[in-house]
Design a protein. Structure first.
Length: 298
């Protein structure tokens, strides 16, 4: 009995980990280059919606590609505004979030399903069947991506260029590095991973799209970035911590007698834990010196 409970919590944890981990790792790449994007919540929401549209038109893999393309496009627009046009990164991110709320709500109305749209069975991603349970293929990808990004940032020349663009863009420019292009590519990649995370939620995990499907995960991903100290491997750990406590909250809600406590309070558990974890590391994390500052060539 205890073992079955353990496996149940573990599997929910793995599924809940994916959007946080992928989004946080993508944001780490962008912040390493000097741009921070608080519009991750909006990217998750929009890509979850467009991913479903793509999946119902051409199948689940097409849906994932559409979601990734949506995230990459939003990341590209964000980076153009804040590199070449010297915009305010905070305001741009808020604008993405506000646009997403209206766009998805309106899109669901146009589909004839205000607030909720169930994904057809043919559009849902088939899980990988294992002796201990079913796993989404994206879970395996989410476990591999942090290691690949960690290797890229710390073992390649391109990773060094990325760090130079965020730490000392003037010196990087003198060395012949195109700072704005580097930042643009980094943020576009980050948006692509967030788009994949959004499409995963609707197509592979939840099986529906709602106007609140992101449920604060974009902001939790930002908190995970702080917790990780821009280390993708710690971002994987942070994503699993959130996923574990989210699955634990779900398990508690199904226990006999749990109805005595409002479900809203139980659902708060993973968010409270995230706040406590971030509060414990805030102030100790060192971010790139030029983070958030548009580079203006003298």
């Amino acid at each position: 009995m205890i073992l079955s409970y353990f496996w149940s919590i573990l599997f929910i944890s793995l599924h809940a980990m994916v959007p946080i981990t992928l989004t946080a790792v993508g944001e780490i790449v962008g912040e390493t280059a000097g741009l921070f994007n608080i519009g991750l919540e909006g990217i998750l929401l929009i890509s979850a919606f467009t991913g479903v549209m793509g999946a119902e038109a051409g199948g689940p893999w097409v849906g994932l590609l559409v979601g990734m393309g949506t995230g990459a496009m939003i990341g590209l627009v964000f980076s153009v505004i804040n590199t070449y046009w010297k915009g305010n990164q905070m305001i741009t991110g808020i604008g993405i979030n506000l646009f997403a709320m209206g766009f998805v709500a309106f899109g669901l109305i146009m589909l004839g399903a205000p607030g909720f749209h169930a994904v057809s069975s043919s559009a849902r991603m088939a899980p990988i069947r294992t002796p201990v349970g079913n796993l989404s293929p994206i879970i395996l990808l989410a476990l591999v991506v942090p290691f690949g990004v960690y290797w890229f940032l710390n073992r390649t020349r391109a990773g060094l260029i990325l760090k130079a663009a965020g730490e000392n863009p003037e010196a990087a420019d003198v060395a012949g590095i195109n700072v704005n292009l580097t930042r643009l590519l980094a943020t576009t990649f980050g948006g692509m991973l967030a788009g994949l995370a959004g499409a995963y939620m609707s197509i592979s995990w939840i099986g529906s799209v709602t106007k609140g499907i992101s449920a604060g995960r974009g902001f939790i991903a930002l908190a995970t970035v702080v917790f990780s100290g821009l280390n993708p491997l710690f971002a994987l750990l942070g994503g699993f911590i959130f996923g574990f406590f989210q699955s634990l909250a779900t398990w508690i809600q199904n226990l006999p007698g749990s109805k005595a406590v409002p479900w809203q309070f139980i659902s708060m558990i993973p968010y409270i834990v995230t706040l406590l974890v971030v509060a414990g590391v805030i102030g100790r994390v060192r971010f790139p010196k030029a983070l958030g500052e548009p580079y203006k060539r003298e």
